[in-house]
Design a protein around this ligand. Structure first.
Ligand SMILES: [Zn+2]
Length: 373
């Protein structure tokens, strides 16, 4: 996912973001509809109408992807799974659901509702097409384009390659049948790999038969599905290594507390300059208030360091994800990834007992792999 994204708004508290790369898709879609599709259907349309319909179709394409992702997210929310955000980027959209479903039924519903809503939307557009055909050619053309796009979106996502929606539906079925999520994931990934190979082979055959464009397109889908299956398999393997281990085994202690009344200039001089450590919890012996980062200190001008206290620039405790020594390692890693941070404070009974960082997790992995080989 790209770093540059714009917040469009919120639906039921879920932030909807658009990745900057989406601009490319919007321009490409508008251009290819205006230049490639519409002139064949309506050669007599004036330029303004052609480009207007093309741009409107591109916007509605965007809305279609959004509806697909919203369907996933709202069903996830209804089943108690937290949804962090929805991002629309170059190849469509992604709903960032923070937790894996605990039951196959939930996974089945969350996965299926996306393609289902796309197919339903495709049907609705088809209805509009039927109604508008003799009344308004521009509306009918728009509806025809959108019907096609939504049906393709629904069918593409139903391809049983995990972690595409279809692969998740398959995994949910296998999981329900055998009550073993690791086994179900393994087999869903294998089926995904097989399906991907079929797409690639079919694409090559088609390309050699003379249909280059569709052949390349099929092969491209195959490569995409295969990559996705591989990535989720790797995640499962990582999860297995972490299984049964907790934060207590890897956390580092020795982060001395920074007194809350300290001004920034004194903090920089006494703490930041003198030592090589990288964690600066702010608090007293009784209570931790927050976490100071170098980034936070840098965000205020040097000239104001004398007048600012460390509490003014720290990230307050309620805004931080906190783990305890008993937190499973996998959950700690997921929390770091979700927030884009490199370390998390470890608290036990309100007392700071240490920090856990990505480096801690990496050394743990190194130690484990050395033991196994
Ligand atoms: Zn989907």
């Amino acid at each position: 996912m790209g770093k540059a994204s714009v917040l469009l708004g919120k639906v039921r508290g879920i932030p909807i973001r658009v990745d900057a790369s989406w601009i490319i898709i919007f321009v490409l879609a508008t251009w290819s509809i205006a230049r490639g599709v519409l002139p064949n259907l309506h050669p007599n349309w004036p330029q303004a109408l052609t480009w207007g319909v093309a741009a409107f179709a591109a916007v509605l394409f965007f809305v279609s992807v959004l509806i697909h992702e919203l369907a996933h997210s709202l069903v996830a929310l209804a089943h108690g799974l937290p949804v962090r955000q929805i991002t629309l980027f170059v190849f469509g959209g992604a709903s960032q659901i923070d937790d894996e479903p605990q039951r196959p039924r939930t996974e089945f519903l969350v996965a299926l509702v996306g393609p289902l809503s796309s197919l339903l939307l495709g049907g609705l557009y088809y209805l509009v097409l039927r109604l508008a055909r003799d009344v308004s050619p521009p509306v009918a053309t728009l509806a025809a384009l959108l019907a096609q796009v939504n049906v393709s979106l629904g069918l593409f996502n139903l391809i049983p390659g995990f972690p595409l929606d279809g692969g998740r539906v398959l995994r949910a079925g296998l999981w329900a049948a055998r009550k073993d999520i690791a086994w179900a994931t393994r087999w869903a990934a294998r089926v995904g790999h097989l399906v991907a190979m079929l797409f690639i082979v079919a694409g090559i055959v088609l390309a050699f038969a003379g249909d280059w464009l569709n052949g390349m397109w099929l092969a491209f889908i195959g490569i995409f599905v295969d990559n996705a299956a591989r990535a989720s398999h790797g995640e499962m393997a990582l999860r297995k290594v972490f299984e049964g281990h907790t934060v207590a085994e890897v956390m580092s202690d020795g982060c001395a507390l920074v007194p809350p009344q300290l001004t920034l200039d004194v903090f920089v001089e006494q703490y930041l300059m003198g030592e090589a450590r990288r964690c600066y919890p702010v608090g007293t012996r009784e209570e931790v208030f927050g976490l100071l980062t170098i980034h936070g200190v840098r965000s205020v001008p040097t000239s104001t360091w004398r007048d600012k206290r460390v509490t003014d620039v720290m990230t307050p405790l309620p805004d931080l994800r906190i783990v305890s020594p008993e937190t499973p390692l996998w959950d700690a890693l997921r929390n770091m990834t979700a927030d884009g941070v490199n370390q998390l404070p470890v608290l036990s009974d309100g007392q700071l007992v240490g920090m856990v960082s990505r480096e801690n997790l990496i050394s743990f992995l190194h130690a484990r792999s050395a033991l196994q080989s």
